[in-house]
Design a protein around this ligand. Structure first.
Ligand SMILES: [Mg+2]
Length: 430
């Protein structure tokens, strides 16, 4: 008898001895069925993972040097990066702050001086140099420039070795990656469900920007809209709600209480993130998971959040927080607090590709945000099936730009909306 069979038999005998009465028969059957189900589950990495093999583009010991960094503004509001090398390998990244594409492009240009002539494969070393040699550390512009470059360097390293990035990081930890779509009406929930999504995110329904102290009507309308979304989605799909940091702490507490009966997947940015104590106070007042992270950068930014228990779902943006190198470390920090990672991503397909590679390399991944699967930008757009995207098998980030399709999408001047209170003209968050 094999070891597995012997274990299975001894476990059944043990369970039978515990439940050896007539009344225990039904429970025993249920346990044994569960036992059988677990025993027959397949290891997801057997077979499928090795179907696609790619040759290394660079032999062991061969030299490679960075020759140029090229940024491209791509519609609707993105910035793509190509890191060129003398070995013919081009790494892709997405270094952008929404509404500040030109500023980040300038930051990338400044970092080019350091990178040209260097071996791109020392990814972590270059991350340290770009971050620490700046003297003034962090902030959205520098970390977004580093994030895009970091993605591109991992892409080059993966292509050089002929393996996906998640393989280089010790993965895969999963065979497919759950993604969520934006949907703010019952019709949109139904349409996205038809497309294969099982998780969604909405904003707070409001007919005007929220005031510091809101009326019962404001809270009731927002809760009613979420109730309608829950009815459309049913109880087996997930819906997160993003307060966008545009609700005051006073109103956020009332609104969270009103939403609790409909069990949102998470409450995102219930308030702005600069004062972590305020968010921690809100987190202590509800059993719903608090999510935040799109405006937090590097491991140093996420440290305080975790230590104060302000959020249990971290949403670092692959394009802002420090790239694959840094978000993997943030995930490790989060794991020690039983917190999950759900990368923020309202950006393009390279950002999505980086998030998918990360998901394939960490244990505490929850769900990946996406707004575009890459059709018209990359040669093989991502496909969603049963709520998931299969882990890609291609080398590096696993995506190639569709250069012909891109030609007509080059250039934009996207700016952030400017919002004012309709009653008194004061500046409000959007
Ligand atoms: Mg958000």
């Amino acid at each position: 008898m094999s070891t597995t069979k012997a274990y299975s038999r001894s476990r059944r005998m043990f369970l039978a001895s515990l439940l050896g009465t007539a009344g225990g028969t039904a429970g025993l059957c249920a346990l044994l069925a569960d036992d059988k189900d677990k025993a027959t589950r397949k290891d997801p990495y057997v077979g499928k993972r090795r179907k696609r093999r790619f040759q290394p583009m660079l032999g062991a010991g061969e030299k490679i040097r960075i020759t140029k960094l090229e940024t491209l503004k791509v519609q609707p509001r993105w910035l793509f990066l190509k890191v060129h090398t003398d070995a013919g390998i081009v790494g892709l990244g997405e270094p952008v702050v929404e509404g500040r594409a030109s500023t980040v492009a300038a930051a990338v240009k400044q970092l080019e001086t350091y990178l040209v002539g260097k071996d791109p494969r020392s990814v972590v070393h270059h991350w340290q140099a770009m971050y620490r040699h700046a003297f003034y550390r962090g902030g959205p512009v520098l970390t977004s420039a580093i994030s895009g470059i970091d993605m591109a360097l991992w892409d080059i390293k993966g292509k050089a070795l002929g393996v996906p990035v998640y393989e280089l990081l010790g993965g895969p930890t999963r065979s497919r990656v759950r993604v969520y779509a934006h949907a703010s009406t019952p019709e949109a929930i139904r349409a996205r469900s038809e497309e294969g999504f099982t998780a969604f995110k909405t904003g707070v329904f409001k007919h005007r920007p929220a005031r510091i102290v809101e009326t019962p009507g404001f809270v009731k309308r927002a809760a009613k809209r979420f109730e309608e979304l829950r009815e459309a989605a049913g109880d087996e799909r997930d819906i997160g709600i993003d307060f966008h940091g545009a609700i005051s702490p006073q109103t956020a507490k009332l609104l969270i209480k009103a939403l609790e009966p409909y069990q949102p997947m998470f409450i995102e940015e219930p308030v702005q993130c600069q004062n972590v104590d305020v968010m921690a106070d809100i987190a202590r007042g509800t059993h719903l998971p608090i999510a935040t992270g799109e405006r937090i950068f590097t491991k140093w930014g996420f440290r305080e959040l975790l230590e104060k228990g302000a959020a249990s779902i971290l949403q670092p943006d692959m394009c802002h927080a420090g790239g694959i190198t840094e978000v993997r470390l943030i995930a490790g920090m989060a794991e020690s607090y039983y917190a999950a990672i759900a990368p923020h991503n309202p950006l393009g397909p390279i950002s999505l590709a980086a998030g998918i590679q990360l998901a394939g390399a960490i244990p505490n991944f929850l769900c990946q945000e996406q707004v575009h699967l890459g059709d018209g930008y990359i040669k093989q757009p991502f496909k969603v099936r049963d709520g998931y995207i299969d882990l890609p098998g291609g080398p590096g980030l696993g995506v190639e730009l569709d250069e012909d399709a891109l030609k007509e999408k080059i250039g934009h001047d996207w700016r952030n909306p400017q919002s004012y209170d309709a009653d008194d003209g004061s500046v409000v968050d959007w």
